[in-house]
Design a protein around this ligand. Sequence first.
Ligand code: FAD
Length: 281
Amino acid sequence: MQSQRKYPKLYSFEFYPPKTEAGEVSLQKVHRELSKLDPDFFSVTFGAGGSTRDKTYDTVLKIQQSGISAAPHLSCVASTRDNIRQILKSYRDHGIRKIVALRGDLPSGMMSAGEFRYANELVEFIRQESGQHFQIHVAAYPEVHPQAANGIEDLKNFKRKVDAGADAAITQYFYNADAYFYFVDACEKLAIDIPIVPGIMPIFNYTQLFRFSDMCGADIPRWMRKRLECFGDDVESARAFGVDVVSGLCQRLLDNGAPGLHFYTMNQAGPVQAIWKNLNL
Ligand code: FAD
């Protein structure tokens, strides 16, 4: 973990582009609330296969205009070089300086006619097209990406993205700090020298969280699962437990040198604000 201590701490909040007008109004409020915490940037997700392309773009521009920088996510699966070139140009023209570069996942049933296979190819393409204009963040998986052949191959694939020009990484969420510490130590041994910021998922709705975690390969420790199940419909108690556990996780990460935190906000302010307050940030 030693190498991570040298980086300034980066704090960021992730949104998804709202689908409805009500969602839009609600996101504006959440954005205002979380802006008070003065994060380094807000990031906005990009739907698989480009499904939210315009909405991601609109949300990013609105955030950027409000004064705190915005980082669009950009996934390359099912995309062509021309598509990506156009998107990069629009972002450059609007003064966007950060991008979260991803492969993405194809929705089931969709066939890829894309020109990119993996995120390292996207990072390489962004560098070819835009030089050093963008600060590029990529994804990292302390608990191993679900499609990876094994942990070592996954780590080598992560290094490909770094070698292609990534400046920083944001991890998939996890609740086991040791997974992150081991991952960062393994990266150090491969001479990977970029900040690896832990992705933090507050607990909003635990049945949804269980389902999503099974899909994306994030482990929910048995003791947490069992405790959460006991809350049944008592959403408030489950959230309070979540705030407690996740605050403890964040504190341990920061105390041990993690270079900041990236919160998956799910477009909600409450749990993030509560964790932030507990951390005295
Ligand atoms: P990659 O780095 O390409 O890795 C994908 C898999 O392929 C891994 O198993 C890896 O080991 C393997 N691999 C990589 N390179 C090679 C290679 N050269 N040869 C062989 N195997 C290789 N998804 C979205 O659709 N939209 C989003 O906005 C979004 N935001 C995210 C933000 C963060 C911080 C994270 C952690 C994930 C996000 N995702 C998003 C999910 C992500 O798209 C999926 O996890 C996807 O399955 C992998 O994307 P990646 O960029 O990590 O892919």
